[in-house]
Design a protein around this ligand. Sequence first.
Ligand code: NAP
Length: 282
Amino acid sequence: MNSIKTMLLNDGSTIPSIAFGTVNVKGATGLYDVLNAIESGYRLIDTSTNYNNEGMVGEAIRRSSVPREELMISSKLPGAAHEYDQAIQMIQESLYRIGIDYFDKYLIHWPLPKQDKYDEAWQALVDARKFGLIKTIGVSNFLPEHLDCIIEKTGVTPATNQIERHPYFNNKELVEENKKRGIVTEAWSPLGREINDVLGNDTIISIAQKYNKKPAQIIGRWNIQNDVLPVMKASSRQHQMENIDIFDFELSNEDMEQINSLDKGEPGRVEGQHPNEYEEFD
Ligand SMILES: NC(=O)c1ccc[n+]([C@@H]2O[C@H](COP(=O)([O-])OP(=O)(O)OC[C@H]3O[C@@H](n4cnc5c(N)ncnc54)[C@H](OP(=O)(O)O)[C@@H]3O)[C@@H](O)[C@H]2O)c1
């Protein structure tokens, strides 16, 4: 198995080009999932206050034989804390919960444009980085107008934008908009979260057979070749190992195009979570 390649971000830092996702990875079983993932080679762990598992992530860091400095921990600001003071406190509380003194990466989870406070939240992340609480700051589920608003108000461009992306909803225009602004796209639910059948799609399966790989590996590789960082969740140890074993082959342009052609547009979203409509205030 080849090791995970890294990506350069617009703030000069480098991060692994695959993250381990932790939605529904909680408690004692979740702890072993994360420990196994670290042992399998994952170094970037994606969590969020809304996942209710920051305590478990902290426990995994303490129990792992890999030193803290070699792990990258990324969490996300919940919608209930977009006001400036609340955002700063939330970042501090998350650090206490995990038991670390800085985040390697931290994102605003959703823009919540109806609430319209994401610019305050972004200013808080910019300042939290100055205070040394965060190394790299980014956003999630931001559309071009949200990106332009925070860049204009603060002069600081997010390093990453984590957005929904899988073959049935490839979000191609937003990936391009991110790229235009020098922002790396992270793909959430890259495997369709078991809600859609993308791993059983005939085109994906036939491409997988051609390269002697698994469908999930084809989707991971399709992201890497598009300079997109997939955030992949897997509790199965075999899945974890498969998903990072994607650096020893190259998909042809024709196969990349075939995967692109599976896009269904808006109806392809896994749970219809449009960033202008979806609201989470936890
Ligand atoms: N920013 C946001 O708003 C947002 C939203 C959603 C998700 N996310 C992030 O993105 C991460 C990934 O998304 P997700 O958890 O929704 O789902 P996902 O990664 O698209 O899919 C996970 C599912 O795929 C299965 N799987 C993984 N590898 C496989 C393989 N090689 N072969 C077959 N099946 C495989 C897993 O099974 P097993 O677990 O049984 O191995 C699990 O059921 C999340 O965990 C989270 O960190 C962010």
